[in-house]
Design a protein. Structure first.
Length: 145
């Protein structure tokens, strides 16, 4: 069961189970926020893609097969930044330490994996990871123009 909470102006939260069937709800959540803060359609699409990639990675890999978990998404919007904080209690994983993907190679030559974090790196202006008290905390920030 997912939960959406409205916080003070400029702050929203969403909790989803680690099940990719809930991705459409995540997309609606991101779109609603982008609309509320008047982002253009291209930026909205980019934010949706980046956040979906990050959250689907958590849903797919953070918890062992058959283990029920959740992912929390907290969003803060200021005049300068749009910040997404994605938190889970799955196994520790720092996506910022993933090797860069060589996109000059053909699909056959390229190793499997890594394109999601590559997209996130390209679409966001700042990415930070920390593991605190059993929680993976991934912070993605986009400068508002």
């Amino acid at each position: 069961m997912s939960q959406v909470h409205n916080k003070p102006p400029g702050r929203w939260t969403l909790t989803l189970p680690n099940d990719v069937q809930h991705v459409p709800q995540l997309s609606m959540f991101v779109e609603d926020i982008c609309t509320a803060i008047n982002l253009d359609e291209m930026t909205m699409l980019q934010m949706n893609l980046a956040i979906e990639e990050a959250v689907v990675n958590v849903m797919s890999y953070a918890y062992p097969e058959g283990v029920n978990g959740h992912v929390d998404i907290e969003v803060t919007a200021t005049d300068e930044w749009l910040t997404f904080v994605i938190t889970d209690t799955g196994k520790p994983f720092d996506p910022t330490k993933s090797a860069e993907v060589d996109i000059t190679l053909s699909a056959e030559e390229r190793r499997i994996g890594g394109l999601g974090i590559h997209l996130v790196r390209r679409l966001m202006d700042d990415i930070q990871y920390e593991y605190v008290d059993g929680h993976n905390i991934l912070t993605l920030r986009k400068k508002r123009e």
